[in-house]
Design a protein around this ligand. Structure first.
Ligand SMILES: [Zn+2]
Length: 257
């Protein structure tokens, strides 16, 4: 195959390769992630590159570089270091952002879709309902400037097998937002579950500890229970905003699950 096939694939690589990145940080009350917990916490916003022999997909895109050097408003809680946008992360891996085919957005909040504008030739895949809810104005964490950036949008309902071989399967995990989705990625070394804001922290799953607010806390609980079953079967969960977990995730090499 070689690099000409796209991305970071080397001769001898088989199947799906998975890479993980942090793309900015936000400081929020701990209760936002784990109901009743005191204090504040600085958490990473995360993005993943899924390198499949048939194409390149991102799962989420982190924060927009518009927050770099922003001192007012959201700039007080968002830290977007220069050089850490998803476009910068891809370029470090010698992946041209223009070669990404798909952006799978777990949902369209500003810390998950903020880099969409940097990926010009991708088709955005969201669960049906997420797009309209994002534009509806009920939830202040949606900023159309971040997610309504002109690429084609494919809305899916329920499970969606992206490459038709079962290796990258999107599935609904509603609760945090109505159209939240996660993805199962089957790599040579095992299965990863990229779960966005369905499961913020390892503690969320270990203790079935819900956040202090959500679009539907009942749906959150059901989605966490689904993730728990997948974890029991051996899947590796990538906790969406867990700073301790992310401090141990390598960011410049294919993940070994
Ligand atoms: Zn969110």
């Amino acid at each position: 195959m070689g690099a000409a096939n796209g991305g970071v694939r080397h001769d001898g690589d088989e199947g799906v390769l998975l890479f993980a990145f942090t793309c900015g940080y936000i400081t929020l009350p701990m209760g936002f992630f784990l109901e009743g917990e005191p204090g504040k916490v600085k958490v990473p916003a995360c993005s993943y590159l899924i390198d499949h022999p048939k194409g390149l997909a991102l799962f989420d895109t982190g924060f927009s570089p518009r927050f770099t050097d922003m001192a007012d408003g959201l700039g007080k809680i968002v830290d977007m270091p220069k050089g850490e946008s998803i476009a910068d992360r891809l370029t470090e891996l010698n992946v041209d952002p223009a070669r990404i085919d798909w952006i799978i957005n777990s949902h369209l909040h500003l810390d998950h879709a903020g880099g969409n504008a940097l990926i010009p030739n991708a088709t955005v895949i969201v669960q049906s309902g997420e797009w309209d809810f994002g534009l509806g104005g009920e939830d202040g964490a949606y900023h159309a400037v971040d997610f309504d950036t002109g690429q084609p949008v494919k809305q899916v309902s329920g499970e969606h097998d992206l490459f038709g071989d079962g290796s990258v399967v999107l599935f609904p995990t509603p609760g945090h937002t109505p159209g939240h989705q996660s993805v199962r990625v089957q790599t040579g070394g095992g299965e990863a579950i990229l779960c966005g804001d369905c499961c913020n922290m390892r503690q969320s799953l270990d203790e079935m500890h819900l956040p202090d607010h959500a679009w539907s806390l009942d749906a959150c609980r059901n989605s966490l229970e689904l993730l728990s079953k997948l974890r029991d079967k051996g899947a590796r969960i990538f906790y969406g905003h867990d700073p301790e977990f992310w401090s141990g995730v390598p960011q410049s090499e294919a993940l070994q699950l």
